[in-house]
Write a protein that binds this ligand. Sequence first.
Ligand code: IPE
Ligand code: IPE
Ligand code: MG
Length: 266
Amino acid sequence: MSSNAKKLEREARLLGQVSRENLPFHIAIVMDGNGRWARKRGLPRIAGHRAGMNALKEIVASSHELGIKILTCYAFSTENWKRPRWEVDFLMRLPEEYLRKELPSLVEKNIIIRAMGDLERLPERTYRAVNNALESTRDNSGMILNFAINYGGRSEIVKAVKNIVQKALAGELVPEDISGDVLENHLHTEGLPDPDLLIRPSGELRISNFLLWQMAYTELWFTTILWPDFNKEQFLRAILDYQNRDRRFGGIHSGDDETGDQRQSF
Ligand code: IPE
Ligand code: IPE
Ligand code: MG
């Protein structure tokens, strides 16, 4: 059997195990490990970023096929500006390249593109390409593909606090009105439920300033596989693992509800 046939067979087997009743509604991904992928091959880091785009295509297609409702992908962090100029410039051109190639297929899949982060600070061309994608998919009704670009969880929370304080100073609300819901309504993820599952490839066991507020009860899944090597098979494994977890949100497992009778016997 060819290696491609074997790959398809593995995917089909895993797909058969995935329960359609308990799919993560919102999946977030830190697309990390591009640089190391390139270095392992003696290639420049930018070759890793380009290869990462193919992984993104495969995961978007798999998410759409499975019926995932929201896929949030971390593309550029507020800390990534620290990188060398040539790398930042390349990363800023990637959304344009990705959207030029992929937008027709995303539109065809009825996907809604969203973007979150400090978008105003993006170079003009990047901003225009992203904005065009938002406009072109605004009336779609399928999966939400949400890109975090120039995004940082801390800066998002600071921005929300500033906006809330401004409203308070304008007399639109008083401190007693401020609740978790009010704060959430001032985050970039306004209107989106929190991620159910976070996938981080590349072996790093950290969050790196991604969705700090929203990940309070997200299930975390890490793999040492580098993002350009991440594929449908890995994605299905992450989902299967998620489906075997017991999400308690601070409560207790429903089967462990030892009430009245138990207590009386002590
Ligand atoms: C992720 O890959 C892409 C971005 C952060 C934009 P990296 O470029 O961080 O790859 P590594 O972590 O150096 O391998
Ligand atoms: C997180 O990866 C950001 C993106 C993938 C866009 P980094 O490579 O920037 O994170 P650290 O530096 O390893 O924490
Ligand atoms: Mg990295």
